[in-house]
Design a protein around this ligand. Structure first.
Ligand code: MRU
Length: 368
């Protein structure tokens, strides 16, 4: 179906991801993020293969939400009588960079296995996996609230005087979270406090998560926002029009190196040059102490057609490059700790970025 060219009024609330139990059996319903902002269409997943495809195609995306999708996916497999071990493998490896995905899958699988080992029925084991997915969902919403609070306090310290002009990249709001998101949630808190002068939204080539999705969210909240081509960011810094950069993360290594949507690292370099704070906002589920440093993070490489065609449809899109052109298309890049001013988590704010400090934030999760 062709996309509706006229932006329709945005609906009050289409849940991003929800579990339903119609008589035909449980389903996971996803807001199809590939169709936004033109259409609010849902995808109903009755099986794990559909969900894995949805993860790969970015129908459902963003690190924290991938964690939820993974956990609910295990619950779906269990409730629908699929092989849970096989489902967990497929889901955990659907995309490699956001550590939340494998972590969500693991947490739900563990609950399922523990229930079976305790002699519970298949139904009870499926219910245990679902309970974990729901718990993760609640925890993510709570983490989001907490990051928004601490992120706003940090902004007040870093940029005295308020009236923030915030630059953000990719999409980090309600579309990636059980709550209102990560970096976007901080910008939203600033807006609600009457302190957001401008949200600069990098369009985020090639899949345009910034223009399409952050634009969609900012419009829903009536925030003052402006979309820019990624390569226009430098001139904004040069003109002194950025007070802070706020981004999310897909994986934070033990040394604080942060993988996020490709294009984040150049913003960090620009921010350093122009002495603008560069702040990462991410829940603890994104911190991975088993990944020692940035170079150990597996960066997803995506298909050439995402860069060489528009829309990036995989055949039939308008050609942006000669037929057969090769394309370099990493989905993420890694920002080293020395370029990051602070990392905001629900367990506290880390600044400067040091391995010991990050490890002790993780300890707070374990002891909490
Ligand atoms: O490829 P995507 O759209 O899943 O990438 C998402 C991002 O890079 C987000 O910035 C990241 O997941 C942080 S969201 C809290």
């Amino acid at each position: 179906m062709a996309a509706d060219p006229s932006p329709k009024p945005l609906s009050a609330d289409v849940p991003v991801l929800r579990w339903e139990e119609p008589p035909e059996g449980p389903v996971l319903v996803l807001l199809d993020q590939t169709r936004l902002p033109a259409q609010e269409v849902e995808l109903v997943c009755t099986d794990v293969h559909t969900l894995v495809d949805a993860i790969r195609s970015l129908t459902v995306r963003g690190a924290p939400l991938l964690g939820l999708a993974g956990a609910y996916g295990v619950a779906l497999a269990a409730a629908r009588g699929f092989d849970v071990g096989e489902a967990a493998e497929l889901l955990a490896h659907a995309r490699p960079t956001a550590v939340n995905l494998a972590r969500g899958v693991r947490r739900a699988s563990k609950a399922h296995t523990a229930a079976l080992r305790a002699g519970k029925s298949l139904e009870a084991a499926a219910a245990a996996a679902l309970a974990v997915a729901r718990e993760l969902h609640r925890e993510d919403a709570e983490a989001s609230r907490s990051m928004a609070r601490s992120g706003l306090e940090l902004l007040e310290r870093l940029v005295p005087g308020g009236g923030y002009r915030i630059l953000t990249h990719c999409n980090t709001g309600v579309l990636v979270s059980g709550g209102e998101g990560t970096a976007f949630a901080v910008a939203l808190a600033a807006h609600r406090a009457g302190q957001l002068r401008r949200l600069w939204v990098d369009e985020t080539r090639p899949l345009l998560q910034g223009a399409r999705l952050t634009g969609y969210e900012a419009a829903r909240h009536e925030m003052p926002y402006t979309v820019l081509a990624d390569n226009a960011a430098g001139s904004l810094f040069a003109a002194g029009m950025v007070d802070a950069v706020l981004i999310g993360a897909d994986r934070i290594a033990a040394d604080g190196s942060t993988a996020n949507k490709v294009g984040s690292y150049p913003l960090a370099v620009l921010a350093k040059h122009h002495e603008v704070p560069f702040v990462v906002v991410a829940p603890m589920t994104t911190v991975d102490l088993d990944t020692p440093e940035g170079a150990s993070i597996e960066v997803e490489r995506r298909a050439a057609h995402e860069v060489t065609e528009f829309p990036p449809s995989g055949g039939g899109g308008f050609p942006l490059a000669p037929l057969g052109a090769q394309a370099y298309n990493p989905a993420f890049d890694v920002t080293p700790p020395e370029l990051i001013t602070a990392i905001v988590t629900e367990n506290g704010v880390l600044s400067p970025i040091e391995a010991e400090g990050l490890a002790s934030l993780c300890d707070r999760s374990r002891s909490g």
